[in-house]
Design a protein around this ligand. Structure first.
Ligand code: YH5
Length: 281
């Protein structure tokens, strides 16, 4: 389970010899889940996550949920996230991740103190690759369809782990050609429906085969918290998916996931601490 990866996140070292927890801080007016909709309350939510043992705070200003209010402009997104990044960077020593696909937001967020670029479109938006290359921070590359599919679109894969891995390898090559060295990259298979492009069965197959993503030779990331495959597998609404999310986090950690992105930091940190204790026994 241990690995040698260490990331330099704007001067803060993220040691990936044990699984790390990324807490979700949505700064959007329309987040699907009340518990993470914290536009007014972000400071308190962040402070609690830090007390609970979070390693990274992920700041997002664009909702990728199907049916979410129209995409914000780059300027609107910046207006939402920049005060939060500045506020957190001035108060806490935590690593800040910026969840964005926008080149303007990438540049300004890193200037303001963000230490990780988290892009669900893997730097495919016009100008994003160059913007990331001009910074020095790690980039999380996620597999997705890049655009929101038409309603009713059904994704089809043969071996989903293989096909997602192939895509991620192509993204790595594209980054290297743009001057983003491998040592800065993290790979994420992108669990979930809509633009993430998976059905619940593919999500389960990716979790079952998660170890295979290590063949890519880079740190691996898992974002499953409260997603619909957990709901549909268990028959639970969004506010009732904590046990399923913890089971998923534990399986991913056991399969060697380096970073796990969650809403429920305290509970997930306990799961990982417990797993570590067993590992070290
Ligand atoms: C991710 O996997 N996901 S935003 C739908 C849900 C619950 C949660 C219907 N950003 C990821 O969290 N970044 C998001 O229930 C991400 N990996 C990375 N790197 C979607 C989300 C969610 C969507």
């Amino acid at each position: 389970m241990s690995s040698e990866f260490k990331l330099n996140c704007a001067g803060k070292i993220l040691d990936l010899s044990k699984p790390r927890v990324m807490g979700i801080l949505n700064i959007t007016p329309d987040s699907f889940y009340e518990g993470s909709r914290c536009s007014d309350d972000w400071l308190n939510v962040a402070e609690q996550m830090i007390k609970d043992g979070v390693d990274i705070l992920d700041i997002g200003g664009e909702s990728t949920r199907p049916g979410a209010a129209g995409a914000p402009t780059q300027e609107q997104e910046l207006e939402r996230v920049l005060p939060v990044i500045e506020g957190l960077a001035s108060r806490f020593n935590v690593i800040i991740s910026i969840d964005t696909s926008s080149p303007l937001v990438i540049r300004e967020a890193v200037k303001a103190g963000a230490g990780i670029i988290n892009d669900v479109r893997a730097l495919h938006r016009e100008g994003a690759l160059e913007a990331a290359a001009d910074t020095n921070v790690p980039v999380n590359l996620m597999h997705s369809l890049i655009n929101q599919p038409e309603p009713g679109f059904v994704p089809v894969y043969g071996d989903v782990v293989e096909e997602v891995s192939q895509y991620l390898m192509d993204c790595v090559e594209r980054c290297e050609n743009a001057g983003i060295v491998r040592e800065r990259l993290i790979l994420d298979p992108g669990f979930g429906g809509g633009m993430f492009g998976k059905t619940p069965v593919y999500d389960l197959e990716m979790l079952k085969g998660f170890r295979r993503f290590h063949e890519l030779g880079l740190p691996v990331f898992a974002g499953m918290s409260r997603k619909s495959f957990i709901g549909s597998t268990l028959g639970r609404d969004t506010d009732d998916r904590l046990p399923g999310s913890l089971a998923a986090a534990m399986l991913a950690a056991q399969a060697g996931a380096h970073i796990i992105r969650v809403h429920d930091v305290r509970e997930t940190v306990d799961v990982i601490r417990f797993l570590q204790a067993v590992d070290e026994a």
